[in-house]
Design a binder for this molecule. Structure first.
Ligand code: SF4
Length: 480
């Protein structure tokens, strides 16, 4: 029988809905990374990697910060400009960053084993073909397309998106594409400043285009202003009809205090937490009914998609890119605000273009902050990943992997805090396992939060550079 989740219990939503933890793509989250762990620590971390794991499969992430228009729901650190000169200037600097990295690797006699390549943003699909080719040529000495497990790009369907452009990506070696859709309804589109009805996607998704890419992804967002359960149901139906291989169905984060463009939503009705929870469970059930699998917190995939396969094979992973099939755990991030993972280190580039450009003009790698995680962080991350990736944690496996004597003793405080989750039917705990129940699948972030010792101690904060940059961008955004 087809799996179906029950409608959420209002009392549980009211109790746990406000306790959402981070998405735990990293742990500890970047609010706790520090500026002392900057470019020189990054070089040291890369040297360690070259010395100890020279063949480690690596992912390369390139962040293109520009967008044509400000979507009012957005949390990304973007620069709104359709000016191709701005874009080309940025590409000049991105190539500088790549060149600094290449020279560093060459000096070590190191050939990186890049196995994944991701173009994200912002809107990387608004880069002109010439600029895109320049990036590709600069990558060639380090990235062999034939060695890549996957090569992806995020696409804004409103600009530059046509079959010819998709063929161009395919010819360059891109084999997975992701469309930012968010909501198909044009009235909601006007409110969020992003109108992309299904008719915009339909002509793009021809049989020929589908045959060119291993996987096609849609991003949707629920909980946005004036979205009703009926309207989002229609958006989900359109998505199912258009038949992507994978979907991310994100919850809208309403933070007008941080993202001032969200003040444009002040005049609209926002669904409350319970209505949003109902909408999400219904969307999950619609996708399950249509043959998708519920891979993780906010991801659905067909059984043939690598994410669904990775979940079955136990290799699913989570990082800045979101859920991944787990082929590489290290990421080199290029471009403003991009994040990297090198062994036990996390790093992040400067957010704002002036800071990013200045660092590169000095000949430095543009790292603004990072952190060296400790043994307890790694242990807790593994616990959270078991919960958020597999909904099940085997205590003995954790004990053996991390040489702790007794899981229950090490996490006595957390197990005590989980008692109410057990009483509320979100988790089951016995001598050997912690299991997330069907009801608990909609509270995985809250369950992970119990194991997040920093969140319990002091909470997270944005970096000073993020705050200053955000304020500067806010001044530029025209609210309508
Ligand atoms: S949602 Fe995407 S296209 Fe819209 S502003 Fe944010 S990054 Fe840009």
């Amino acid at each position: 029988m087809m799996k179906s989740y029950q409608s959420p219990d209002k009392k549980l939503v009211e109790k746990y809905g406000t306790r959402q933890g981070s998405f735990y793509t990293f742990y500890p989250m970047n609010g706790l990374w520090n500026e002392q762990h900057g470019a020189s620590s990054y070089k040291t971390a890369l040297e360690e990697l070259i010395k100890t794991r020279p063949n480690a499969p690596l992912s390369l992430y390139l962040h293109f910060p520009f967008c044509m228009k400000q979507c009012f729901f957005c949390h990304c650190f973007t620069v709104i400009s359709g000016n191709t000169q701005d874009h080309s200037k940025f590409i000049d600097y991105l190539l500088k960053e790549l060149e600094i990295l290449r020279q560093f690797f060459d000096a070590q006699g190191f050939t990186p084993n890049f196995r994944e390549l991701h173009f994200g943003g912002g809107s990387p699909s608004i880069i002109g073909k010439e600029d895109f080719r320049r990036v590709w040529q600069a990558l060639e000495p380090m990235v062999k397309v034939e060695n890549l497990y996957e090569c992806t790009i995020e696409i804004d369907p409103r600009y530059n998106a046509n079959v010819d452009q998709l063929k161009f990506y395919h010819d360059m070696g891109i084999d997975r594409i992701s469309f930012g859709v968010q909501d198909f309804n044009p009235d909601i589109g006007k409110i969020i400043n992003r109108v992309n009805p299904p008719e915009m996607l339909e002509p793009l998704l021809t049989d020929e285009v589908r045959s060119m890419f291993k996987s096609i992804n849609f991003d949707l967002i629920y909980g946005m202003p004036n979205q009703t359960p009926e309207l989002f149901r229609e958006t989900v139906q359109h998505a199912i009809r258009l038949n992507p291989d994978r979907l991310a169905v994100y919850i809208f984060g309403h933070r007008p205090d941080i993202y001032r463009h969200q003040q444009a939503f002040d005049k609209y009705r926002l669904p409350d937490t319970y209505e949003s929870a109902c909408v999400f469970v219904e969307a999950v059930n619609q996708f399950l009914d249509s043959g998708y699998e519920f891979v993780g917190v906010d991801h659905m995939a067909k059984s043939t998609d690598v994410l669904a396969i990775a979940k079955k094979e136990g290799t699913l992973f989570r990082n800045a890119i979101g859920y991944t099939p787990g082929r590489s755990s290290d990421i080199i991030g290029l471009g403003p605000s991009s994040m990297g993972i090198v062994g036990p280190h996390y790093f992040q580039n400067y957010y704002t273009l002036p800071s990013y450009y200045e660092a590169l003009d000095r000949g430095d790698l543009p790292i603004v902050r990072g952190v060296l995680v400790n043994d307890d962080d790694i242990l807790r991350r593994a616990v959270m990943f078991d919960i958020i990736l597999y909904e099940k944690l085997e205590k003995v496996k954790i004990q053996n992997t991390f040489s702790i004597e007794n899981f229950d003793d090490y996490f006595a405080e957390e197990l005590e805090l989980l008692t109410e989750f057990v009483e509320d039917g979100l988790v089951e705990i016995d001598d050997t396992e912690i299991r997330v129940t069907d009801v608990g699948r909609f509270y995985q972030r809250q369950i992970c939060k119990i194991f997040d010792i920093y969140d319990r101690a002091q909470g997270y904060r944005h970096s000073r550079e993020f705050e200053d940059g955000r304020a500067a961008l806010d001044r530029k955004v025209q609210l309508s």
